[in-house]
Design a protein. Structure first.
Ligand code: GDG
Length: 472
């Protein structure tokens, strides 16, 4: 069976998939669109990223409403009425005062919860004023949802930015079904207990009917935390505890696989390949985040270039880093450290016609990203902790039944499913370096066997199945 036949046979017609009862209200920090003023008119442009690509097609199909932060573009959004009317579903931008947003988002979300939930206790900062901003921002989200919700609606809340919203909705008397999906890991109770507001967060989550997480250990950790610090912990007459489910997120395998074989992507891939002059390409793609283990990866790259002189000038490391959380101090410093290390390694090993690391610090259009996936002989993903890691799955979808090797951190959720990957502990620079060399020297037949097994898995476990299971 050809790839085309195979992918088509697995695609399920959209109308056969279940619709949620009532309307679907999606609540996420991020909206599926950003608003742009090109001088002549105000336009909406789709945001990129895991959550949006996962949930947007469903929102479109069922005519959902999506409530999210307005990106600080309150004035522009108010001029976007026509564009909003033309959007495929209701988009509801929520304004937050600048200072409140800074303390809520750059502070509590990304300098308290993000590091703690990714097991970087030393990076987590605890400030009462940040928690209060988080509570206030969650109140404003909950208030907007309450005004929108009608009996019979399903409310689907996403991620660690909004963990208090379910409890606040219940306090306000909302009785709709509430679902919550945590995209990032939930830490072991031993780590979680350090959070001064642990009981408040769990009380917020307890307002949910179903909490879904990416991996069974996150579900176990959350159960432990609820038992130890949740509402009524240790006492009698405990309130109802939400149902916990493990539902790993995935990708639109068929769409990505087809798109990556489109003439536009193939043409672009060919141009990139030619600029590589026959060198092997090792690709890494991520938001520039310390949890993605970028410095650890660079150490492994350096180790490889030290240990394998024969590979010098025959490989290229291509690092695509997307700017993220630019207002957060840790991220600014991390970016400087990455810049410095790339510069040092390139300075040390470059030759007049070869630079080992090509480093792009910007976001690319999807076709361009797919072209990079296509040309990469190996993808190198070194997360120190990652809820899932969709890049790993996208790389596989772009290769289908063809060659290419996925070198993947054992600490990414994707490692549970991507059985054909070469797994590494990114803290072990030498092991990671040797594994990359093994990937580049792997016979094509073995590459195909591994890749094809993972691709078949992704055809059976798509983002559509994820949505169905989340809403079931
Ligand atoms: C969180 C969790 C979990 C990246 N660069 C470009 C671009 N991207 C897209 C990728 C992918 C998405 O962004 C990144 O998703 P990841 O899963 O890899 O990572 P996070 O952003 O940390 O996502 C993670 C995810 O939520 C979903 O639950 O898997 O563990 O941390 O889709 O393709 N897209 C385009 N240009 C880029 O330059 N177009």
């Amino acid at each position: 069976m050809s790839i085309e036949d195979n992918t088509r046979s697995k695609a399920r017609p959209a109308l056969q998939r279940p619709r949620p009862a009532g309307r679907l209200l999606i609540v996420a920090n991020r909206l599926p669109y950003r608003v742009l003023d090109d001088g002549a008119k105000v336009e909406l442009q789709r945001n990129v990223g895991g959550l949006v690509s996962a949930v947007h097609p469903l929102a479109e199909r069922v005519g959902a409403a999506w409530i999210g932060w307005d990106d600080g573009q309150t004035a522009l959004w108010s001029r976007a009425r026509n564009a909003l009317r033309a959007a495929p579903y209701r988009v509801i931008p929520l304004a937050l005062p600048e200072r409140l947003h800074a303390n809520y988002y750059s502070g509590f979300c990304n300098a308290t919860l993000w590091p703690l939930f990714h097991s970087f206790l030393g990076r987590a900062e605890f400030h009462q004023s940040w928690y209060e901003a988080y509570l206030e921002a969650n109140r404003r989200f909950a208030d907007r949802v309450r005004r929108e919700a009608r009996p019979g609606d399903t409310i689907w809340i996403h991620d660690y930015q909004l963990m208090l919203v379910p409890g606040l909705l219940r306090q306000a008397g909302v009785r709709s079904r509430i679902l919550f999906f945590l995209h990032i890991p939930f830490p072991a109770a031993d780590l979680f207990r350090h959070l001064p507001w642990r009981s408040e967060l769990l009380a917020g989550l307890a307002g949910t009917d179903v909490i879904a997480v990416q991996a069974p250990e996150h579900s176990r950790h959350m159960r432990d935390a609820l038992d130890q610090f949740g509402p009524g912990a240790g006492g009698n007459g405990r309130p109802k505890i939400p149902e916990l489910r493990t539902i790993p997120i995935s990708i639109d395998t068929v769409r990505l696989s087809r798109r990556s074989r489109s003439p536009e992507v193939l043409r672009r891939a060919e141009a990139i390949r030619q600029s590589g002059a026959g060198r092997k390409i090792v690709l890494s793609v991520e938001r520039l985040d310390y949890a993605k283990g970028i410095l650890e990866r660079l150490r492994a790259v350096e180790r490889l270039l030290e240990r394998r002189r024969d590979l010098r000038e025959r490989i290229w490391f291509l690092q695509l880093s997307v700017p993220t959380r630019t207002g957060v101090g840790t991220y600014e410093r991390y970016r400087r450290d990455v810049d410095e290390m790339v510069g040092r390694i390139n300075g040390r090993f470059s030759r007049p016609e070869w630079v080992p690391i090509r480093y792009l610090f910007r976001s690319l259009p999807e076709d361009e990203l797919l072209a990079y996936y296509r040309v990469a002989d190996a993808a190198l993903i070194t997360s120190l902790k990652d809820g899932m890691n969709l890049v790993a799955k996208e790389y596989v979808a772009a290769h289908g039944h063809g060659g290419g090797v996925l070198v993947l951190s054992e600490f990414a959720g994707a490692a549970r499913e991507m059985r054909g990957a070469l797994l590494v502990n990114p803290h072990h620079a030498t092991e990671t370096a040797d594994t990359v060399a093994r990937a580049l020297e792997m016979p094509l037949e073995e590459q195909r066997r591994r890749m094809s097994g993972m691709f078949r898995h992704l055809l059976r476990h798509t983002v559509h199945d994820w949505v169905e299971r989340c809403l079931a």
